[in-house]
Design a binder for this molecule. Structure first.
Ligand SMILES: NC(=O)c1ccc[n+]([C@@H]2O[C@H](COP(=O)([O-])OP(=O)(O)OC[C@H]3O[C@@H](n4cnc5c(N)ncnc54)[C@H](OP(=O)(O)O)[C@@H]3O)[C@@H](O)[C@H]2O)c1
Length: 297
């Protein structure tokens, strides 16, 4: 990762990050710690979290703080507990990075009765952000960064409000992973629409909401979906970026002194880029926000 443009916004700041135990999140956490940030990583697996925390501290080469907060992003109760722990422990939170994400080849429901991809990729960041929002606002110039994807373009029909549980979508036979790909794309579209709506709600607060496409990155993504998915990912590795390269825009969004958000708050390779038309639909984003609130338990 290039280090020439370290701008120093994160130095001494407290960053909460989900999905920092592997891939893009781990690479970003290491770089942010190296640049002087203190981190709170939110993870579901304690052993992996401890190992990641040790690697992040080693990368920082200093006495960086790396706290661990346990949460399964598929469980709203678990997210609420982690948020309460964070708020109790840290009087100041400057940056929240919603990075945890996954794809599920088979349709599954969470304990909250929500389709799993939607729960982990969209509702979890929606809930965690809202739970930490007042604390972030108190810091004045904070940031909320969400890892989206070019895959949002797979949701060619936008958010299917008539199939929020993805029952019809998972029956779609048109691609190699069935409807799982399309569902994943829909949740990544939701990430961008959420970020845009959040940005509108945050106007005048000093907080910035941004999301980004890391590109195609060689990580642990899609390794739990059977042999065909693993084989597909093995082929895609040839065309993939390293996790460090995939993390560059995240790190830049966190560390750049001034981020100018335009055209839908969506970035790629450290530049604002235009997402799909659906991602910019303000009415749909407002509707998504309202429905997401109703899906909270
Ligand atoms: N790889 C790509 O090409 C690509 C492209 C575009 C966007 N993205 C996005 O990038 C983000 C990071 O993915 P990655 O590629 O770095 O994959 P990864 O290596 O599989 O990392 C995913 C991270 O999310 C965590 N996570 C997943 N489900 C969770 C849950 N239920 N509760 C708590 N944590 C959970 C994982 O924790 P564990 O370590 O416990 O599994 C891990 O830390 C995702 O949002 C993904 O959609 C990836």
């Amino acid at each position: 990762m290039e280090r020439i443009d370290a701008n120093g916004f994160v130095r001494g700041k407290y960053v909460i990050m989900t999905g920092a135990t592997s891939g893009i999140g781990l690479a970003a956490a290491k770089e942010l710690a190296f640049r002087g940030a203190n981190l709170g990583i939110v993870a579901r697996n304690e052993a992996k979290a401890k190992e990641a925390a040790a690697r992040i501290k080693a990368a920082a080469g200093s006495s960086a703080t790396v706290d661990i907060f346990m949460a399964d992003m598929a469980s709203q109760q678990s997210i609420r507990k982690a948020a309460a722990d964070i708020l109790e422990r840290w009087p100041q939170i400057h940056i929240l990075v919603n990075n945890a994400g996954a794809m599920f080849i088979e349709r599954r429901l969470t304990a909250d009765d929500i389709e799993m991809t939607w729960a982990v990729n969209h509702l979890a960041p929606f809930l965690l952000t809202n739970l930490l929002l007042d604390r972030l606002k108190e810091c004045g110039r904070g940031r909320i960064i969400t890892t989206a994807s070019h895959g949002h373009r797979m949701a060619g029909k936008g958010i299917r409000f008539d199939d929020l549980g993805a029952e019809k979508l998972y029956r779609f036979p048109g691609n190699v992973l069935g409807g799982a790909n399309l569902r994943y794309g829909e949740t990544k579209l939701a990430n961008i629409m959420f970020t845009n709506e959040l940005g509108r709600k945050l106007e005048g607060t000093g907080l910035t909401a941004a999301c980004f496409d890391p590109g195609l990155v060689s990580t642990n993504f899609n390794q739990d979906n059977g042999r065909l998915a693993r084989m597909t990912m093995a082929v895609m590795k040839w065309f993939s970026r390293s996790p460090e390269k995939g993390a560059e825009t995240l790190v830049w969004l966190a560390d750049e002194e001034k981020i100018t958000v335009s055209d839908g708050s969506y970035f790629k390779d450290r530049q604002s880029v235009k997402p799909s038309g659906h991602a910019l639909d303000q009415d749909a984003a407002g509707r998504l926000w309202e429905i997401s609130e109703k899906q909270l338990r």
